[in-house]
Each structure stands twice: as structure tokens, then as C-alpha cells.
Design a protein around this ligand. Structure first.
Ligand code: SAM
Length: 275
């Protein structure tokens, strides 16, 4: 059973989470000292076993043999919901593959807490977890966020928050609405809402504590005009692309109906195209 634990405020532990921790024959956790403090606070004496990215496979065999003998096993992470930017997914997969039931006591998770308080649209959203620190991976993730029409939620470490907000402002545009949720549920909880450029300036002097960045979706793209479509077709065909491929490419990049692009393509001189 996966059990969510507080992301700061111990008052957020649910009665069902406490009950499951009490009944557990084994509590798998990322850090026995950290979870030990939570269990001590709850006066729960269940046995703990460290479960992280390196030990997940080994722990899975012990968990599966306990489940086979009818014992109860709980998985928690350091904070929030296990499996959300935390270990858990692999253990869940192995336990399911061994034919056992996996269930959950839902509860705190920084992604939802930040999203719902951000003031940005919540009906459809994308969770990116932590962005890569550098390289092509990061560039691609930033480019995806820039064109993503849904609200995007990103986890970030405090010392990288300013750089990430700067990068986001660069790719998404300075005026894109966003929010930073800092120290959720804790004494110094703070929500900063504004444009990406305002948030980057706010973060410039340094940010402390735990941080979630929420970015508003890309504004809907204006419909392409006939002139834009014809120009794009000319450019494609001048580079040697066949009329048919140019139609497909232009329809996809400009988000225009293929039939309309095809009709406009019939009027474009194809002397330099390959077909
Ligand atoms: N499993 C956790 C969850 O369900 O939210 C997330 C674990 S991930 C390793 C830790 C990241 O979550 C932090 O770097 C931060 O981005 C975010 N986070 C966790 N607790 C937070 C809090 N109290 N306030 C703001 N962000 C938090």
C-alpha cells in the first residue's frame, strides 16, 4: 500500500494513513531517520526498511515474500506521495507483476497543492517533475513547455529556481503568467504570482526552501492566413520538397487544415520542387 505523508505540516497526515502505518508489518521508506521521526511523532513502532532507487529491486523480493505470507507492507517517501518524483514506481510494478494487490492512501503532494493555489487554469495540466539541469534534454523540455497549451507544473530546487525562471521567461516569453509556491503548508509558506519576468526578478536575489513552479499554458495560436500558408509552401517547395510533402509539413507547422493547404498549394509554382 502506498501512503502519502505530509509535505511540511504534520497536521496533514490522514487518520487512514496513521492506521495503515500502525497496521504495517513493514514500512518501506527513503530514509529511516526521517520516516522514523514521523513514526515517533505518531507513536507508531512499525519496522522500517530503506527503499531508494538503488535498493528498490532487492526490497521488492522481501516485500513480495511478506505479501505472500499475508503480511501488510506500506511504502512512504520522505514527503508527499510516493512515486511522484520519488521512488515507488518500480516497486509497484514488481509487486503487481508478482500478482499482488497495490492500493493507496492518497494525501499531500506538492504538485496538486501548488497547481490549485496558483490561480492558473487547473482543468488540464502537465507535470514535468524536475527539469534536466543542462544540455539538450533541458532545451527540449523548455521548448515543450513554451508551446504547451496546458498549465505546466515543475519541481525545482531553491538554488536553481532563479536560473529556471530566467530560462522559462526566455523560451515562453516574459509576459507568460506563472506562479511559484514556496514552503507549502509550512510556517513560511509563500505564493508569488505574476509574469515569468516578474518571478525571475523576484528570484534573482536567491530563494530558500522548497519550490514548485507553475507556468500558464501557451496562448492559442492565431489561425494562419492564406498569405502565410502560401509563403510557407513556397519556402518548402523552393528547398526541393515535393508538393505533397510541403502540404503535409505546412499543415502541421501552421496548424492549418490539410485540404485548405492543398488547395492553396495548387496555385504555387513548383518549378524548383522535386515532384
Ligand atoms: N513526492 C513528493 C510529492 O508528492 O510532492 C515530491 C518529492 S520531490 C523529491 C521534492 C520536490 O517537491 C521539491 O524539490 C519541491 O519541488 C517539491 N516540494 C515538496 N514539498 C514541498 C513544499 N512543502 N513546498 C513546495 N514544494 C515542495
Amino acid at each position: 500500500m502506498l501512503v502519502a505523508t505530509p509535505i511540511g505540516n504534520l497536521g496533514d497526515i490522514s487518520p487512514r494513513a496513521v492506521e495503515e502505518l500502525e497496521r504495517a508489518d513493514l514500512v518501506c521508506c527513503e530514509d529511516t531517520r526521517r520516516t522514523g521521526r514521523l513514526l515517533a511523532h505518531l507513536a507508531v513502532g512499525s519496522r522500517m526498511l530503506r527503499t531508494d532507487d538503488h535498493t528498490e529491486n532487492r526490497v521488492a523480493s522481501e516485500v513480495i515474500s511478506l505479501l505472500e505470507s499475508g503480511k501488510r507492507v506500506v511504502l512512504v517517501s520522505d514527503a508527499g506521495t510516493p512515486g511522484v518524483s520519488d521512488p515507488g514506481q518500480r516497486l509497484v510494478g514488481l509487486v503487481l507483476a508478482a500478482g499482488h494487490l497495490v492500493t493507496v492512501v492518497p494525501g499531500p503532494s506538492a504538485v496538486l497543492a501548488a497547481l490549485v493555489a496558483s490561480g492558473l487554469p487547473t482543468s488540464r495540466f502537465v507535470f514535468e517533475g524536475f527539469l534536466d539541469r543542462k544540455g539538450n534534454g533541458r532545451r527540449e523540455q523548455l521548448a515543450d513547455i513554451a508551446v504547451q497549451p496546458r498549465t505546466t507544473v515543475v519541481y525545482e530546487s531553491p538554488n536553481r529556481t532563479a536560473a529556471t525562471l530566467r530560462d522559462l521567461a526566455e523560451v515562453c516569453g516574459r509576459e507568460r503568467p506563472a506562479a511559484v509556491a514556496r514552503e507549502l503548508t509550512k510556517l513560511h509558506e509563500e505564493f508569488v504570482r505574476g509574469t515569468l519576468s516578474e518571478l525571475a526578478s523576484w528570484a534573482h536575489a536567491g530563494v530558500r526552501g522548497e519550490v514548485v513552479i507553475v507556468i500558464g499554458g501557451a496562448p492559442p495560436r492565431a489561425a494562419a492566413t492564406d498569405t502565410e500558408i502560401v509563403e510557407a509552401l513556397r519556402a518548402e517547395m523552393a528547398s526541393g520538397v515535393s508538393r505533397r510533402d510541403a502540404v503535409a509539413e505546412v499543415a502541421a507547422t501552421l496548424g492549418a487544415a490539410r485540404r485548405r493547404v492543398y488547395e492553396l498549394a495548387l496555385g504555387v509554382d513548383d518549378s524548383s520542387s522535386s515532384a
